[in-house]
Write a new protein. Structure first.
Length: 207
């Protein structure tokens, strides 16, 4: 199925790493941030969350915004970080093994809407389960916070294609959002939607 492609590009959240936005909202509610659901939306970033995901504000600034919405105005950055990081609960090792196997025959990239807090505190740690680092699983990584653009903006897809000199017709993009898949197609790539609960290894016949 993927023999026609030289490059396979993965979204991170919802495709490689598990996401649980409701757990994040619940943890933030527990520490007194009762409007968390208005901030946290994995598919439609807005407000301070969008600013964080596009790298326009720092983690410290984001924590200050969240703290201002809490009952306890003295709550620590660490408490806010721990609650926020419930957004990403796990990464099964089987997916890491599948990525390593795929890299034997394809170029593998990550293209993700994410932020410095989750990327540095959770994603980096989960990718170290086999004793490797995240860069050992990908030939290149493009993130919204580093490149100042969120999917489905064409800017982030074009950044990937241009930075790594990828031919769109030879590139397959996997994402759990149809809007993001459609945007990648508009930029010249092929795309595959990863439905909730479906492993990318099965879609690519890697299992």
């Amino acid at each position: 199925m993927i023999t026609k492609y030289d490059n396979i590009v993965f979204d991170l959240g919802g495709v490689i790493v598990d996401i649980d936005p409701q757990a994040c909202i619940d943890e933030l509610n527990k520490i007194g941030l009762h409007d968390a659901a208005k901030i946290i939306d994995p598919y439609k970033q807005q407000g301070a969350f969008l600013d964080l995901e596009e790298g326009r504000i720092t983690a410290a600034e984001f924590f200050d915004i969240m703290r201002s919405m809490c009952n306890d105005k003295q709550i620590s950055d660490k408490a806010l970080e721990d609650a926020f990081c419930a957004f990403i609960p796990s990464l099964p090792v089987e997916r890491l093994k599948a990525l390593r196997e795929l890299r034997k025959t394809k170029k593998v990239y990550a293209l993700s809407n994410t932020n410095a807090i989750l990327f540095n505190c959770v994603i980096d740690r989960l990718f170290r389960q086999e004793g490797y680092a995240i860069n050992d699983y990908f030939d290149g990584i493009v993130t919204s916070f580093a490149d100042r653009a969120c999917k489905p903006s064409p800017k982030i897809f074009n950044t990937l294609l241009q930075r790594y000199d990828l031919a769109g017709s030879r590139t397959l993009f996997l994402d759990d959002s149809q809007a993001n898949c459609d945007a990648s197609i508009a930029c010249g790539m092929d795309a595959m939607l990863v439905p909730k609960g479906v492993e990318f290894m099965n879609l690519l016949n890697l299992a």
